[in-house]
Design a protein around this ligand. Structure first.
Ligand SMILES: Nc1ncnc2c1ncn2[C@@H]1O[C@H](COP(=O)(O)OP(=O)(O)O)[C@@H](O)[C@H]1O
Ligand SMILES: [Mg+2]
Length: 257
């Protein structure tokens, strides 16, 4: 069985480039290869001067399908789950990459492979911008990141979010636009946001960021904690100073600037 969803606004453009059907999209060699391995690839497509990203999986884990069915949810491929997450977030007015199309192939209810096409988000990778930024801009980036992560957690979206999953458009000191680009997640649906879950998922996110080399100073973590706490609903009553202490204990010694 094939599930295919094409955003009607892009139907003609895709058809004009022989990308109107599931097999055409799964087999196309159009565009520049951004990433490729035995499990997946990412292509950057230029269609009549507009840029898009095509992410495809070449195989999916059957265990992930079984996990979904055991939770009484439909099983989906990774790209399809990413599309669902983008859709939820867009409905809640988060800035996310616009989904142009998405599809997946299933056999006896088990996803085999799939794709998602998104429109190119303006700006640059926030992790790269952070690396090249001065002290003030770095702090500002962490304020923006804290605020975005706080809003996501408050709404029950706990998928891992690192700076590299965000694009920034504009000067970090001048209210830049932050847009989520990479929403790959095991569970695309929102979960109830209890204080306990928020804290454990925040700490999990920070541990992952640190393991992957996103390391910040104490002052940057302070800016993060303050804006993260401000973004949570008041009934959750997180206190920025104690959150900061918890984060610093978790990430270990960092420079004290
Ligand atoms: N909609 C988009 N706009 C701009 N750049 C994108 C977009 N989608 C993907 N990219 C680029 O392609 C890279 C890989 O895509 P991503 O969605 O992060 O996949 P992965 O799961 O491989 O990390 C990103 O780091 C980014 O540079
Ligand atoms: Mg990525």
């Amino acid at each position: 069985m094939i599930r295919l969803q094409i955003n009607p606004a892009f139907n003609d453009l895709l058809q004009a480039h022989k990308l109107g059907s599931y097999p055409q999209i799964m087999h196309t060699t159009l565009g520049e290869t951004i990433e490729e391995n035995e499990l997946r690839d990412v292509h950057r497509l230029d269609l009549n001067g507009q840029n898009f990203y095509l992410k495809r999986t070449r195989s999916e884990k059957a265990s992930s399908a079984l996990e979904s069915y055991s939770r009484l949810r439909l099983a989906h491929s990774k790209p399809y789950k990413e599309m669902l997450q983008f859709r939820y977030l867009a409905q809640l007015s988060f800035n996310v990459a616009e989904v142009v199309g998405c599809g997946e192939e299933l056999h006896w209810g088990i996803p085999l492979k799939g794709f998602i096409i998104t429109r190119e988000v303006p700006g640059e990778d926030l992790a790269l911008v952070y690396r090249g930024a001065d002290e003030d801009r770095r702090r500002s980036i962490m304020t923006g990141f804290g605020s975005l992560l706080g809003r996501l957690h408050d709404r029950g979206f706990f998928g891992s979010t690192r700076l590299k999953d965000i694009f920034i458009d504009g000067d970090p000191l001048d209210s830049p636009l932050l847009t989520l680009i990479d929403r790959e997640t095991r569970n695309p649906y929102p979960k109830p946001a209890s204080a306990k879950r928020i804290l454990s998922r925040l700490m999990f996110n920070i541990r992952r960021q640190t393991q992957q080399g996103e390391i910040f100073s104490t002052n940057e973590w302070r800016a993060f904690s303050e804006s993260y706490c401000r973004s949570l609903s008041s009934h959750l009553e997180f206190e920025a100073e104690s959150l900061l202490r918890g984060i610093l204990l978790l990430v270990g010694p960092v420079n004290t600037i």
